[in-house]
Design a protein around this ligand. Structure first.
Ligand code: HEC
Ligand code: HEC
Ligand code: HEC
Length: 404
């Protein structure tokens, strides 16, 4: 046949026939059920190769513009490890431990993440933890507004395998035992909480977890309900609160309100306990006489003064009200106490409001207006001041003071 004589209608006919044939073969392939979707049988090599290529190209393309914040921050690593224990261990197991036999029947099976810090750069880890991986069982983070929490997980995973030996301590596993003299009926739940929140003589597991001791009971209860209903966004607390019954929530709120607010630190308390009054005096004199070392200084007094001005008087020209007119602990039972709260937690909540989180309730909307009026420097100043106050005790009502 002379190809030059081929008419375009003939070409169209052949192409049409070919396409039709492909559709029929494809339909037979799909509808007949020949392709085996059983997880008990591995994919064909070529299928695995294609799927892996697609996954890696997709992760690379979507993560390359992500800017990585500082990750060598102990409070991020601690929060990451403690959430990992509850949210990721069921599939990935603890770093270096074998995956459970049931989970290893998944296809693909969840890898143990001990070496992930060597294989993957932080932006890729972040992207995977935030978005999950389709058709693999790897879930997305429950909340798109909480990049700060996803970065905490990333900080922990990126610190592996160096921190693996310290996993139990970072995840708060040793904090549960023997805690709480007056355990609520729901003692098991409390054992979970204490991995992150305060326990007997222990402060929080890092600065990103809020102190609950001495907070108004009504506020604590409402917070737990809002997490469980998804009205307050947190990929860390939503799954925890979701498992609590209404009764357990009430008990836990009452428990934390009654817990004394102290400067307790899980590291220092046992040490300080062993010192005599005289030894303490001697040590205090010894350290006072040593020359100061850079980086270990107390909070900058200038910063505390700026923060105090905002907390007690607000910023008139900027429409920022005095924080302590609502937060001194003498107002509504629905207002959290901020004196002695952890600075990193205070900062992160204010940034969350600025990103549009935590605005689903009337109480949250009060704070959205306040947070929107602050700039980044002011957020850090006021958080540093509030954190520096003795736990639970704020200065007297600023309104009364202003009139003096
Ligand atoms: C229901 C089980 C499940 C849970 C829960 C889960 N994962 Fe995964 N994860 C998987 C599976 C399955 C894969 C493998 C996906 C693949 O190979 O394509 C995976 C892959 C990953 C990867 C990519 C590993 C790599 O190098 O390719 C990271 C990182 C990861 N998970 C982190 C987490 C973190 C952090 C959590 C907890 C917040 C978590 N996963 C919770 C099942 C799970
Ligand atoms: C894995 C660590 C972790 C565990 C376990 C945990 N929490 Fe939390 N909790 C957090 C973090 C982090 C936040 C701050 C979340 C946010 O940004 O909203 C928080 C917030 C809270 C708040 C809100 C406090 C405030 O000032 O608004 C309450 C109440 C609370 N948790 C109670 C509990 C109780 C009760 C348990 C046990 C049943 C528990 N948490 C277990 C980490 C944890
Ligand atoms: C008019 C009253 C009011 C003023 C003024 C106010 N707040 Fe609040 N604040 C609230 C309420 C109400 C909540 C609880 C919001 C919720 O439950 O979602 C809150 C919550 C917060 C929280 C979250 C605490 C936690 O435990 O989760 C922070 C942090 C905070 N405020 C900081 C500030 C700062 C800083 C200022 C001053 C610049 C300020 N607030 C001024 C009413 C106020």
């Amino acid at each position: 046949m002379d190809l030059r004589n081929l008419h375009w209608t003939t070409i169209a006919k052949v192409a049409g026939l070919g396409t039709g044939l492909l559709i029929v073969v494809g339909a037979v392939f799909v509808l007949s059920g020949v392709y085996n979707v059983a997880a008990s049988k591995d994919h064909l090599r070529i299928t695995t190769w294609i799927l892996t290529l697609i996954r890696e190209r997709s992760i690379a393309t979507r993560s390359f513009k992500i800017e990585v914040p500082a990750l060598d921050d102990e409070s991020k690593i601690r929060l990451g490890a403690s959430h990992y224990e509850g949210g990721c261990v069921p599939c990935h197991n603890r770093p270096g431990e074998e995956i459970s036999p049931i989970v290893s029947g998944m296809l693909p099976p969840p890898p143990n993440l001990l070496e992930i810090g060597k294989h993957r750069p932080p932006e890729k880890i972040f992207w995977i933890v935030k978005h999950g991986l389709k058709y693999t069982g790897m879930p997305a983070w429950t909340n798109v507004l909480r990049d700060d929490e996803v970065w905490a997980l990333t900080a922990f995973l990126a610190s592996l395998p160096a921190t693996a030996g310290n996993y139990g301590e970072l995840a708060g596993l040793s904090r549960g035992q023997g805690n709480a003299r007056e355990e609520p009926a729901n003692g098991r739940a409390l054992n979970v909480c204490v991995r992150c929140h305060e326990g007997d003589g222990m402060s929080t597991n890092g600065d990103r977890v809020p102190r609950l001791a001495g907070m108004p009971e009504a506020y604590l209860l409402r917070s737990l309900q809002e997490y469980a209903q998804g009205a307050r966004p947190s990929g860390v607390m939503e799954p925890v609160a979701d498992l609590l019954s209404e009764e357990a929530m009430r008990e836990l709120a009452a428990h934390y309100q009654a817990l004394p607010r102290t400067r307790a630190s899980g590291v220092m308390e046992p040490v300080a306990d062993l010192l005599s009054e005289e030894a303490m005096r001697e040590l205090a004199a010894h350290y006072q006489a040593l020359p100061p070392v850079a980086g270990t200084a107390e909070p900058d007094p200038e910063q505390l003064r700026r923060g105090e001005a905002i907390a007690r008087r607000g910023i008139v020209g900027q429409g920022v009200p005095a924080c302590l007119s609502c937060h001194s602990g003498r107002q509504s039972q629905q207002f959290p106490v901020l004196a002695g709260q952890n600075a990193a937690y205070i900062e992160e909540q204010i940034r969350l409001w600025r990103r549009g989180g935590r605005i689903g309730t009337p109480y949250g909307r009060i704070m959205a207006a306040v947070a929107g009026a602050l700039d980044e420097g002011q957020i850090e100043d006021v958080a540093a001041y509030l954190a520096s106050l003795p736990p639970g005790r704020a200065p007297d009502a600023p309104v009364a003071e202003a009139g003096r």
